[in-house]
Design a protein around this ligand. Structure first.
Ligand code: NAD
Length: 245
């Protein structure tokens, strides 16, 4: 069924446990490219050859170049108003938590507290061998930046071939299992295991509302669908919510 901001506002006002799940499409309106849409970062590339453990070990220079480029993209980019709206909904007790696949840190920077960052954080640099934390500037200091122990410096993101951080995964599981309204914003829902959460919510009887520019494999399971931009949709929903509450 076609989902409108007014409908979402009605559902939020009636829900007891509302959870939001975001993907790279949530940040495109801030100027950060996503991965899989026609304008995305993967255009013609194989993610496993660039963002995997094998790439880090065997193709280290390209790996570091790719992540330096992504870190540069983050400079001067700020979260759009939709992020702040989600944080305010949480402050007001309307939203129980956010599950995000994004690595830009925008939810926490905007004031969201209960946030499961499933894929880590781009600018949380650490040594892949000893785990020591490093400054972003260390990553720009050498072509293949290394820790004093000799290990490779890497971004704090989950690479292909790595498991998700346990704490974030458990939080996501907990809030999904309890929710009665689950909103997807800007995700292709192609990445596993993160894409299990919308299905889990649906199986538990929650209402599934998807806002995404392009088709997703779970569109046929959604109760409501919209192709609007996530930020625009959030602003309009917030306005509609103001008229209801
Ligand atoms: P994805 O690139 O696979 O899908 C993004 C989806 O968002 C696309 O289907 C696209 O149509 C849609 N979209 C683009 N702009 C939109 C908008 N304004 N409103 C609504 N929908 C919009 O991204 P994904 O599903 O998050 O999964 C891929 C991986 O991308 C994740 O692991 C994530 O870590 C990584 N990623 C993160 C960032 C970031 O942190 N900002 C950026 C790029 C990629």
């Amino acid at each position: 069924m076609s989902g409108t901001p007014k409908k979402l506002a009605e559902l939020i006002s009636a829900a007891e446990k509302f959870v939001v799940f975001t993907g790279a499409g949530m940040s495109t309106e801030s100027g950060l490219a996503d991965f899989r849409s026609s304008e995305g970062l993967w255009r013609g590339k194989d993610p496993r050859k660039t963002a995997s453990r094998e790439a880090m070990k065997e193709n280290t220079e390209d790996f570091c170049d790719f992540y330096r480029w992504r870190l540069e993209q983050l400079r001067g980019v700020v979260p759009h108003q939709g992020y702040r709206i989600l944080a305010e909904w949480e402050e007001k007790g309307l939203l129980k938590g956010v599950i995000t696949q994004n690595v830009d840190g925008f939810h926490k920077a905007s004031g969201s507290i209960r946030t499961a960052e499933l894929h880590g954080r781009l600018n949380a640099l650490r040594c892949d061998s000893c785990g020591k934390n490093h400054e972003v500037s260390d990553f720009f200091a050498q072509k293949v930046p290394r820790c004093s122990c000799g290990g490779i410096l890497r971004p704090g993101v989950v690479l292909f071939g790595e498991s998700l951080p346990r704490e974030a995964f458990e939080l996501a599981e907990r809030i999904t299992a309890a929710c009665d309204l689950f909103l997807v914003l800007g995700s292709s829902l192609e990445v596993s295991p993160a894409n299990m959460f919308p299905l889990l919510a649906r199986q538990n009887g929650a209402c599934l509302f998807i806002v995404n520019r392009e088709n997703t494999p779970y569109d046929d399971r959604a109760d409501y669908l919209s192709r609007e931009k996530a930020g625009v949709f959030l602003r309009e929903t917030d306005e509609a919510l103001g008229n209801i509450l």
